[in-house]
Design a protein around this ligand. Structure first.
Ligand code: SF4
Length: 353
């Protein structure tokens, strides 16, 4: 019998699983409480749960599957975790501190096949999807790390924007969202969770049809197909003619603001004409569009790119504003650690080579 991570089960799945095996329904509430509120690390710590139920759980599930390999902490409080999975693969998770709370950026795949040309993770092709349990455990591990500091800090926000394309691992990511959003457990509000996609149009339709009101961000990075294909090869499969209708479907279903991620690359996509073109692309839903301008965080592997000048970023922002598109600049966190997506993992893998 293959054991799996108990964190991968939604509350309903756990309840059904226990009831099918002759346990009372209320056991699921007890187990859930021990896992997510008291945050135990072994089933025999669940004091009010009967022995037979503990044995049953122990026979079928793990609680911990990740091993912490490295933790880096930046002077601004950003923390980066490198985890080893049970099969030896490495993944990264980042905790960021904002004035509105603590936000964790999770990884959803080992490597990534999307191939964004500016990204360190994109160089390491996908070897597998993470299970829902492995994604939930990243949050649990960070929360337990905070618990040990006894500052009563709580992970309040999640961004599914780390290594991997979340919508390419759809079912596991959905289960993850249901688990962390469950009010008997971590109770992280759907409006505090953002899923970011590189633009898998067919999956955006599926995502719009789900019943959980989490935020969606789309990595747009360029205002036209030529440039977008140059920066992100996924644009060949899902060019703007396919992507934009899927976003409009999402907006019709949800009527919620959508964030567009735009990485600012010097002399590549940061000219005034690009800002104008982008504002035209988003014009028909400008009241629901927000553009996140991201100063490029250079990685050793991509020396063809440089960060746009601050004045250029400001001008881009002004042009969007004049044309009725809201935008802001997301300054980096953790500048003194390997905070760029995939950096810590790729450095560690090079050392092991
Ligand atoms: S930016 Fe994200 S989607 Fe693009 S290659 Fe990197 S990990 Fe994959």
């Amino acid at each position: 019998m293959m054991k799996t991570s108990i964190y991968g089960l939604t509350f309903k799945e756990l309840t059904d699983w226990l009831v099918e095996r002759g346990e009372q329904k209320f056991r699921a509430e007890q187990v859930w409480d021990w896992l997510y509120k008291k945050r135990i690390t072994s089933f025999d710590q669940m004091k009010n749960v009967n022995k037979s139920c503990i044995t049953l759980l122990d026979e079928h599930f793990f609680i911990k599957t990740l091993t912490e390999e490295i933790v880096q902490e930046s002077s601004d409080g950003t923390m980066k975790f490198l985890f080893k999975l049970a099969d030896g693969n490495l993944i990264e998770t980042v905790l960021m501190r904002f004035n509105y709370g603590l936000s964790v950026c999770v990884t959803t795949q080992v490597g990534c096949n999307i191939g964004c040309s500016f990204c360190a993770s994109g160089l390491l092709t996908k070897s597998r999807d993470l299970t829902a349990g492995e994604i939930v455990e990243q949050i649990m591990h960070v929360q337990m790390h905070l618990d040990k500091r006894a500052k009563e800090e709580r992970v309040s926000h999640i961004v599914v924007i780390g290594i991997g394309e979340p919508l390419d691992n759809f079912d596991n990511v959905m289960n993850f969202l249901y688990v962390v959003n469950e009010d008997r457990g971590l109770n992280i509000g759907a409006r505090h969770i953002t899923v970011s996609t590189s633009g898998l149009a067919h999956k955006i339709y599926d995502f719009a049809d789900t019943d959980i009101q989490v935020n969606l961000a789309v990595s747009i990075h360029a205002p036209n197909n030529d440039l977008r294909t140059r920066i992100m090869k996924i644009n060949r499969a899902f060019p703007l003619e396919k992507l934009m209708p899927s976003i409009k479907y999402y907006l019709q279903k949800r009527n919620r603001r959508i964030t567009y991620e735009y990485i600012m690359l010097h002399d590549v996509n940061d000219k005034e004409e690009h800002a104008r073109e982008l504002s035209t692309l988003l014009a028909d839903h400008r009241h629901l569009a927000y553009v996140n301008l991201i100063p490029y965080n250079s990685v050793d592997e991509h020396d063809q790119y440089r960060r746009s000048e601050t004045a250029t970023i400001q001008k881009f922002h002004e042009t969007l504003k004049k044309r009725g598109i809201a935008s802001g600049v997301r300054w980096e966190q953790g500048a003194d650690i390997d905070a760029a997506c995939g950096q810590l993992r790729s450095k560690q893998m090079k050392k092991a080579e």
